[in-house]
Ligand binder design. Structure first.
Ligand code: SF4
Length: 462
């Protein structure tokens, strides 16, 4: 299907994208909003945007994603969507009865310039109900920017500092990861007996069990009282600087909660950093069970090292996941030779180094020098692979076209994964998640070795 991709790389002067490695801001905003208990995300734009965003999330999580829309038509496009949003707020509370509505903008409402804070202030809403918003213009950034903007809005609207002394509790900002990952991050904090508030938290929302009865608002999600209390916590840990550091930084400014930004805890080093940050801040010992999990991981890494050593790998997807996966690949002895994200630049507003600098630093510390690009597309990645073939491709579902065209083993990681199931329930973070990744990667590599082996080399023990 990608037969026409040429090997020769020609610098593009028009700035066009071919098969972008990202999607639009509101998808991230909608996902983040679902991590608040009894919250209905609301898309301030046309019905098509909302349908696409819901469908994309539903296909990845295989759980129904609820959201409402301002349903722009020609009139709203010309005169603005204020009247539509006010009607929507009234109708949504009357009919669907959420506690919170999380409004995000779209390309159209941003282009019109709708003043959401004023419209929301003027809207009629029942006592005790809340509407908040995030600006998510889709012609900037990516779904990760949208996730970050909505998470930051939770702080701007809700966090309060009410106590002279902070409480012994950590705010965990998990970034755009699956509900299974969020559960695992909370499990590690619970093992260390450290109270936490995770926001957003889609565990129990998008991985809720089948009970036989439909629940518009499942049990999970951070509650509004918890969001308010984030301003009284002792520490915020932003896991993944692109998706989470903006919210943690805003909370630090607003409520003086110290913030530490770490990599998404994928792989042994990033998980160690997460555990040590908790240990350092709360003076808690690492429990024996967690040490045991780490020891098992080290044992597995040692046992399987020869499967990975020197293997060339291409990694693409969301910047926080990719950065952590590059670090883990290096720990396994692999060589990440092509690394690409569709999300542009550094973490917005963070003042930190960009994605390319971060990855190049990781590679150069390992004595490597690969192709690295932010705001890239899958066409570029494919051309790189044509010029320097790899043993393995790691990324979201869209990588399957390149994997097929170039006959490369493929491991699915990140968002979206539309052609496989169960992935959103099982973690890739923490020591357990790292074991799972090793199983996935070595399985893909050894399946390929089996497929290509001559009869005399077809081994039972590998
Ligand atoms: S890119 Fe803009 S117009 Fe297209 S779906 Fe996203 S928000 Fe809607």
């Amino acid at each position: 299907m990608l037969d026409a991709t040429p090997k020769k790389i020609v610098e593009r002067t028009s700035g066009g994208m071919i098969n972008p490695a990202k999607t639009c801001q509101p998808i991230g905003a909608m996902y983040a909003a679902l991590g608040i208990h009894r919250c209905l995300p609301h898309s301030h734009g046309s019905q098509g945007c909302c349908s696409y965003h819901r469908m994309h999330l539903t296909r990845h999580f295989r759980d129904p994603v609820m959201a409402s829309t301002s349903s722009f038509t020609e009139g709203a496009s010309v005169f603005g969507g204020g009247a539509n949003l006010k009607t929507a707020i009234k109708n949504v509370f009357e009919i669907y009865d959420p506690d919170v509505m999380a409004v995000h903008t779209t390309c159209l409402s941003e282009t019109i310039g709708d003043d959401l804070p004023t419209i929301i202030k003027q809207a009629e809403m029942p006592e005790g109900k809340v509407v908040f918003h995030a600006n998510t213009p889709s012609y900037q950034g990516s779904h990760i920017t949208g996730f970050s903007n909505m998470t930051k809005a939770m702080v701007t609207y809700f966090s309060e500092s009410t106590l002279l002394e902070k409480e012994d509790r950590v705010n965990l900002i998990p970034g755009f990861v699956n509900p299974g990952d969020m559960r695992e991050i909370k499990r590690i904090a619970a093992m260390m007996e450290i109270p936490c508030i995770m926001f957003p938290d889609t565990s129990g929302v998008l991985d809720s069990p089948m009970t036989g009865s439909f629940q518009m608002y499942p049990e999970g999600g951070v509650t509004l009282p918890e969001l308010k209390k984030t301003g009284d916590s002792k520490l915020s840990l932003a896991l993944g600087r692109f998706a989470s550091s903006d919210a943690a930084g805003t909370l630090e400014k607003k409520c003086k909660v110290p913030a530490i930004t770490l990599r998404t805890p994928i792989g042994i080093k990033a998980t160690d950093a997460f555990v040590m940050a908790l240990r350092g801040a709360f003076a808690m010992e690492v429990p024996r069970e967690l040490e045991e999990e780490r020891g098992q991981l080290v044992d597995i890494m040692t046992d399987t090292h020869f499967h990975f050593h020197g293997k060339k790998v291409a990694i693409f997807g969301d910047p926080d996941i990719v950065a952590a996966m590059v670090e883990f690949s290096l720990s396994l002895g692999m060589q990440p030779v092509h690394v690409l994200t569709g999300t542009p630049g550094g973490a917005l507003g963070s003042g930190m180094a960009g994605f390319e600098e971060e990855i190049k630093e990781l590679l150069s510390a390992a004595g490597l020098n690969g192709n690295v690009k932010s705001a890239g597309d899958l066409f570029t990645l494919h051309q790189w692979i044509k010029n320097e073939p790899v043993d393995l491709l790691i990324g979201n579902t869209y990588g399957k076209f390149i994997a097929r065209a170039e006959d490369v083993p493929f491991v699915r990681l990140g968002f979206p994964i539309l052609d496989r199931s169960v992935h959103s329930y099982l973690p890739v973070v923490g020591y357990h998640g790292a074991m799972r990744l090793i199983e996935m990667i070595s399985g893909a590599l050894l399946d390929r070795q089996d497929r290509d082996a001559a009869d005399e080399d077809f081994e039972l023990v590998m």
